[in-house]
Design a protein around this ligand. Structure first.
Ligand SMILES: *[C@@H]1O[C@H](CO)[C@@H](O)[C@H](O)[C@H]1NC(C)=O
Ligand SMILES: *[C@@H]1O[C@H](CO)[C@@H](O)[C@H](O)[C@H]1NC(C)=O
Ligand SMILES: *[C@@H]1O[C@H](CO)[C@@H](O)[C@H](O)[C@H]1NC(C)=O
Ligand SMILES: *[C@@H]1O[C@H](CO)[C@@H](O)[C@H](O)[C@H]1NC(C)=O
Ligand SMILES: *[C@@H]1O[C@H](CO)[C@@H](O)[C@H](O)[C@H]1NC(C)=O
Ligand SMILES: *[C@@H]1O[C@H](CO)[C@@H](O)[C@H](O)[C@H]1NC(C)=O
Ligand SMILES: *[C@@H]1O[C@H](CO)[C@@H](O)[C@H](O)[C@H]1NC(C)=O
Ligand SMILES: *[C@@H]1O[C@H](CO)[C@@H](O)[C@H](O)[C@H]1NC(C)=O
Ligand SMILES: *[C@@H]1O[C@H](CO)[C@@H](O)[C@H](O)[C@H]1NC(C)=O
Ligand SMILES: *[C@@H]1O[C@H](CO)[C@@H](O)[C@H](O)[C@H]1NC(C)=O
Length: 424
């Protein structure tokens, strides 16, 4: 039996399970090649410019490009001299590409800055950069940079930090509570603070009246609310570690534009939220669907009501730190269509998928099954998810469970057994 036939037999045997489990059987395929670690990847992004490049964010202050299966030797962005990565979760957190990136070449980075004017506090910065003229693979970090937002964290944890654009070109920034122990920290419920919020700004217009390098969208929910900073879009976040935008059903477009944020819980419960304008997701009063600190509400609009997550799980079989995921809208894995694929930092628990029951509106949870032929990935701790331009998902993990020093990350593409036949 030649090698190919042998693999085929194992594959057929390996995937012979119950019909539905078989349909959901997935493998993690090393990306771009086997056992090639990256330094401390915390986020993956695509530019959606047709280049099919994958961008990997390294906490140290680099963004690396993988193109045509190769890791380019020169970093796409290098802001290591600006980034403070000396403490716990500090570092470069995320990259976002302007929807007009293909022509305007604008990118946005969210990081903790070195040398803050306030001494030892951790300063969070959102800054705009541009790709060099004539070199699409390098960000010019000197000629064009525009500091959009800067504010101080309370400590060196829970930055959240994911950013994304909506169809109208508005930039959203998810900011965590920036503290390990939240007791006595009312910032996520404090409406004059950027901490613990989903912010929304318009980077395409300056605000000459307020003297800001961005403007406030006229329909932000609290533009006219006294005592509330107008950047607030939604509030009550703890550590919105991964927020992703639904591309919508490929045929009907149902679901398009929905934002799923996995918000890491404190002591008891992990939550996945659908982020909507003006909603309060509860921290540090609510953890999941449980009121853990009734006395924690201070300030803010008088009539507070909390929005429940679409799904939450108690610490236990699923793990204890939700990492997030993606609404699957790709084409390689038809059985995953319309499933929100997610996982927990404790990767040994597996990967899971949520699907909305359209009649009840409830989100049904299921375990994803790994095909028997899967190569065991070098992941003990799940760090992040990513997707390529076609909407195919990737997972990023680490073998070690700390954010100290330089840790190695491994990237895997989530593939369905059918994708071995390259159905699309
Ligand atoms: C990864 O980290 C190691 C150890 O600090 C360092 O020597 C190496 O240059 C880093 N690699 C990249 C690509 O940054
Ligand atoms: C990153 O930039 C620093 C200067 O800010 C430079 O010393 C370093 O060599 C650069 N690293 C890479 C991998 O280009
Ligand atoms: C910053 O931290 C260092 C070391 O912990 C300490 O010596 C110094 O006084 C601190 N500076 C400020 C401004 O708090
Ligand atoms: C850069 O990207 C633009 C738009 O995608 C493309 O037209 C151009 O050829 C690219 N230039 C280089 C040097 O790759
Ligand atoms: C709310 O946030 C503002 C701005 O950061 C701060 O000045 C104020 O002290 C905070 N209020 C409370 C009760 O923490
Ligand atoms: C905003 O102001 C900056 C200078 O601070 C300028 O370079 C940019 O062109 C302005 N943007 C708009 C849209 O007016
Ligand atoms: C968060 O967890 C810590 C330690 O596990 C606990 O001391 C604290 O009371 C919790 N905070 C809230 C608001 O539940
Ligand atoms: C709070 O809600 C009640 C009932 O909807 C309303 O009558 C009241 O005016 C609201 N209070 C404030 C301060 O908005
Ligand atoms: C799903 O996985 C969890 C965690 O590994 C396990 O406890 C649970 O029994 C599984 N559920 C099903 C339906 O297999
Ligand atoms: C990080 O974790 C690895 C293994 O999990 C351990 O060997 C190492 O000592 C840890 N480093 C720190 C700084 O905690």
């Amino acid at each position: 039996m030649n090698m190919f036939a042998f693999i085929l037999v194992i594959w057929l045997v390996g995937c012979k399970q119950t019909a539905s489990a078989q349909n959901m059987c997935i493998c993690l395929e090393p990306f771009p090649s086997k056992d090639k670690p990256f330094n401390q990847t915390v986020h993956m992004a695509s530019a959606n410019d047709g280049s099919k490049r994958i961008f990997l964010v390294d906490l140290a202050g680099f963004v690396w490009i993988v193109q045509k299966g190769q890791i380019l030797s020169k970093p796409f962005a290098n802001i290591t001299s600006d980034v403070d990565q000396s403490k716990k979760e500090t570092g470069l957190q995320t990259i976002a590409f302007h929807p007009g990136f293909k022509t305007n070449k604008k990118i946005y980075l969210f990081y903790t800055a070195k040398q803050t004017p306030l001494g030892n506090t951790t300063r969070l910065v959102v800054e705009e950069f541009r790709v060099k003229d004539g070199d699409n693979n390098t960000v010019d970090t000197t000629a064009f940079r525009r500091l959009l937002l800067q504010f101080d964290a309370q400590d060196v944890f829970h930055f959240g930090g994911k950013m994304w654009f909506d169809e109208n070109g508005l930039l959203y920034i998810a900011v965590g509570d920036t503290k390990f122990i939240a007791d006595g920290n009312y910032q996520p419920q404090n409406m004059s603070s950027m901490i613990g919020k989903i912010l929304r700004i318009d980077v395409n217009r300056n605000d000459t009246v307020r003297g800001k390098p961005y403007s406030i969208p006229a329909d932000n929910p609290f533009v006219n609310e006294p005592g509330v900073i107008p950047e607030v879009y939604a509030w009550g976040m703890r550590n919105p570690w991964q927020c992703t935008v639904d591309k919508g059903d490929p045929k009907t477009k149902i679901g398009k534009g929905r934002v799923f944020c996995a918000d890491i819980g404190n002591k008891t419960e992990e939550e996945i939220n659908l982020i909507e304008k003006g909603k309060n997701y509860g921290w540090n009063v609510m953890e999941g669907k449980t009121n853990v600190c009734p006395s924690c509400v201070k300030g803010g609009p008088a009539n507070i009501s909390f929005t429940d997550p679409i799904f939450s799980y108690a610490h236990g079989p699923h793990g204890l730190s939700v990492i997030g995921g993606f609404m699957y809208r790709g084409c390689h894995n038809p059985a995953l269509q319309g499933h929100y694929i997610y996982g927990d930092y404790g990767y040994d628990k597996g990967l899971f998928a949520l699907r909305e029951d359209e009649t009840t509106g409830k989100w049904i949870d299921r375990n994803l099954t790994f095909c028997a032929i899967c190569v065991k990935p070098r992941i003990k701790f799940l760090i992040s998810f990513g997707e390529d331009e076609k909407g195919e998902p990737y997972v990023i993990g680490s073998e070690t469970d700390n954010f100290s020093g330089v840790w190695k990350s491994y990237v895997y593409k989530v593939v369905h057994r059918a994708s071995f036949k390259r159905i699309c």
